[in-house]
Write a protein that binds this ligand. Structure first.
Ligand SMILES: [Cu+2]
Length: 155
């Protein structure tokens, strides 16, 4: 979780800032103390701001589960990679056992229909939508849906 790392970093900076403030206080220098107070308040506001922003962002994401015609690990990798480049899609995780891909997306940038269509454009069925014929033709032979699962085979 990159946002968590950023927040930890900011929290650490805040602690450093507070320790600095205490040292300044011992120096009994009022001007510096005032400056540090200002910096610390800015830092706190910044930390709070990023926390709220990241919370708001995680709330915005929608999740969609789509049944695909994936056959093997290669299909899984292809769908996950191609879908991650899709507009508004944050992540795609395919479970080969169920052939269901879980797509997390920003509903402001895309929608369920567009996500399903994008999967068909990768070359796979998406729920009751058929794979795009041209994209399906380009799939390696071992990834065609009429082929039996071949986990044991190397590509
Ligand atoms: Cu495959």
């Amino acid at each position: 979780m990159p946002t968590l790392i950023v927040e930890l970093k900011l929290a650490y900076l805040l602690v450093v800032q507070l320790m600095n403030l205490r040292l300044r206080f011992q120096d009994n220098s009022f001007k510096l103390l005032k400056n540090n107070m200002k910096n610390t308040i800015i830092m706190i506001a910044f930390v709070l701001g990023t926390s709220i922003a990241s919370m708001a962002q995680s709330k915005k994401l929608a999740e969609l589960k789509v049944k695909t015609s994936a056959v093997c690990e290669m299909c899984e990798a292809k769908i996950e990679r191609d879908m991650s480049f899709e507009k508004g899609v944050k992540s795609a995780d395919l479970d080969l056992e169920t052939k269901i891909v879980t797509v997390k997306y920003d509903p402001k940038k895309t929608n369920e229909a567009a996500v399903r269509t994008a999967i068909t454009m990768v070359g796979y069925d998406a729920d009751d939508l058929m794979a795009d014929a041209k994209a399906y033709e380009k799939l390696p032979g071992c990834c065609k849906k009429d082929v039996k699962p071949h986990h044991d085979m190397k590509h």
